[in-house]
Design a binder for this molecule. Structure first.
Ligand code: FEO
Ligand code: CA
Ligand code: CA
Ligand code: CA
Length: 605
């Protein structure tokens, strides 16, 4: 109990031991409940989940598959019907057909199965109600603000590349209206009350890149990982826009940050071209002192980059419809930057194993290199439109720093310091690949690191920053790990940081994806300052095959999205690797879980 008492405020719980149980394991004294599962009806008229009788129509009114990003927004008194007190917005990144449909044939999906998958992608908006005596949270079906966004919902393209030639298709000759959003991974909540969501691995939905002969087109497709013949889900058999030989530009209309106004169920969500096109992990905005919106963004790929966007206009504090319209245009215009980092230790002290250099820290300086601003390009040989649509190629030319898979990036609301989850990079140092540098110091990096970035003068619009590695993850007994300087015999092992969030005390909470230490993924809290800085404490673990997503830490509860439970090679409905959350004889179902202190106290107190 001694350790519990001494931990930083907000992290006073008995850490959960690493394990491989097919359940959500929480600290002693904490309860949990399922907030909502895949397939639960949220819209009026949607039927109850029946896995043997699924339909696209039903799915379009039910909670989608593979929940990732989560946010909770306040509900005004006008919307508090049915006991609802908050609005949950969740991303549905992708579908696991083998775990969704019994007897699924990956080579010959039926039209109904494909249309169910379209409807299971996207986002859900669903009102939730907190229980009075516990921290339990329940979904409120049929609430008027509940909404589903799917792979066929109309979106508006906005910003400088909208309407351009690269974004025009046969179905949309104006280049301004896209059907659907795909592979929505993590996201962010804006200070003006909307939600951002990153379109990540959109490459997997497009077929026949191998038949594209134009060398320039082939090169851009390859840089984005769009390769091969038939797509994994064979959607091109049912909608030609997913076939690159039939519709060359549809692929350019995915890979953006999208913005949704969850308070207006009739609003058209947007895709913001000014934030660039890449495999967007997330997008968490903050405001500069004078009100510019600054958005940090990671491109989740080995040796790819992280970025920031600074808006030209400033946010209005008013709440009128006009103020809201103004704020929702903030991301239409601004400057897009990519990060370049240099270490301050001699290169020969970076040995590729994680040994600390002589100055005792992996640290250094950095600059934000501008790529484009409005209609102006800063990259030689590329127009602004090309910079936005082929942002990876622009950043290559600008000489940005190739990172170990940048995932979620969030500024601490307390200190302004920015935390970058670099999840892993097993290719670092391989033949023909970049070797280690001070920010990415390990070859064959299995466990990842968390980088802390401080903008000059703590000004988010600054062009310069300093940085250090806050965590070099892995087994604390491995000499190549680092936990913010905290004694390593007193921390929880952590591997593959992915999503990050903060609690009210400024502690950083990290969820993992792909734990390479032999136990399941989980959620961890760590103090970023003070005497307990670097003391990583594991709060929960997730079931077999799952990654931990969407963490949110509130006063009374912690919320996580359990994504792709049961996703194990060779698993299927007939041969499940997990039967979470409902047990033997049921379909495994991605779900959102709330965890709370059973004695009615506050999390970690
Ligand atoms: Fe969808 Fe980078 O995780
Ligand atoms: Ca150093
Ligand atoms: Ca992620
Ligand atoms: Ca991930």
């Amino acid at each position: 109990h001694g350790r519990t008492g001494r931990a930083a405020k907000g992290l006073r719980f008995e850490p959960v031991a690493p394990n491989t149980a097919d359940k959500v394991t929480v600290p002693e004294g904490y309860g949990q409940n399922i907030v909502i599962r895949w397939g639960e009806p949220i819209l009026r008229g949607a039927p109850d989940f029946d896995p043997e009788r699924q339909s696209a129509k039903a799915q379009a009114g039910q909670f989608g598959y593979n929940n990732d990003f989560l946010t909770l927004l306040p509900l005004g008194s006008r919307h508090r019907g049915h006991g609802a007190d908050q609005l949950l917005v969740a991303n549905h990144e992708y579908t696991d057909e083998e775990l969704m449909f019994s007897g699924y044939d990956p080579e010959k999906p039926t039209r109904e199965q494909v249309e169910i998958a379209w409807a299971a992608h996207g986002l859900s908006v669903v009102a939730v109600a907190g229980e009075r005596r516990t921290g339990a949270l329940r979904a409120v079906p049929r609430h008027p603000l509940n909404r589903r966004i799917t792979a066929t919902t109309p979106f508006e393209l906005t910003g400088p590349a909208a309407g351009g030639e690269l974004l025009r298709t046969e179905a949309d000759p104006r280049g301004r209206r896209v059907l659907g959003t795909l592979n929505n991974c993590s996201g962010g909540t804006t200070p003006w009350g909307t939600v951002l969501s990153g379109e990540e691995n959109f490459n997997q939905y497009f077929a026949n890149a191998e038949k594209v002969t134009d060398p320039e087109r082939a090169a851009t497709l390859k840089r984005y990982g769009v390769t091969g013949g038939a797509s994994e889900r064979r959607w091109e058999q049912f909608d030609e826009r997913f076939d690159l030989t039939k519709e060359p530009n549809e692929v350019h209309r995915f890979g953006w940050v999208v913005e949704l106004d969850p308070y207006d169920p009739d609003s058209t969500p947007r895709k913001h071209t000014s934030l660039g096109r890449f495999k967007h992990e997330a997008a968490q905005p903050r405001l500069s002192r004078d009100g510019h919106a600054v958005v940090y963004m990671g491109d989740d790929e080995r040796f790819d980059y992280f970025y920031k966007f600074v808006s030209k206009k400033t946010m209005r504090r008013g709440r009128s419809a006009e103020d809201r319209r103004h704020n929702m245009s903030l991301l239409d215009e601004g400057t897009l930057y990519v990060a370049k980092l240099t270490g301050d230790s001699p290169a020969d002290e970076i040995d590729g194993k994680g040994t600390l250099p002589e100055d005792g820290e992996f640290d250094g300086a950095g600059t934000w290199i501008p790529l484009a601003s409005g209609d102006r390009s800063f990259v030689e040989g590329m127009t602004a439109e090309e910079v936005y649509v082929f942002t990876r190629l622009a950043a290559d030319k600008a000489g940005a720093t190739k990172m170990d898979r940048p995932e979620d990036i969030e500024p601490s609301p307390r200190t302004g310091r920015v935390y970058v989850a670099l999840t892993n990079n097993t290719d670092r140092g391989k033949d023909g690949k970049p070797g280690p540098d001070e920010a990415n110091p390990r070859n064959a990096n299995k466990h990842g690191q968390v980088l802390e970035l401080t903008e000059r003068h703590n000004d988010p619009t600054s062009r310069a920053f300093s940085w250090r590695l806050f965590l070099v993850c892995g087994d604390p007994e491995d000499p190549g790990t680092y936990f913010g300087g905290f004694p390593k015999d007193q921390v929880s092992p952590i591997s593959c940081p992915d999503n990050v969030t903060f609690d009210d005390f400024g502690n950083l909470w990290i969820s993992t994806d792909g734990n390479k230490l032999g136990s399941h993924d989980g959620l961890f809290g760590v103090a970023t300052a003070g005497a307990r800085q670097g003391e990583v404490r594991q709060f929960l673990t997730v079931p077999t095959g799952a990654e931990t997503c969407g963490p949110l830490v509130q006063d009374r509860r912690v919320l996580v999205a359990v994504q792709h439970p049961g996703e194990v090679d060779g698993a299927s409905v007939e041969k499940p690797a997990s039967t979470w959350p409902d047990g033997p004889g049921t379909y495994v179902r991605p779900a959102v879980v709330a965890v709370w202190p059973e004695d009615g106290s506050r999390v970690g107190r």
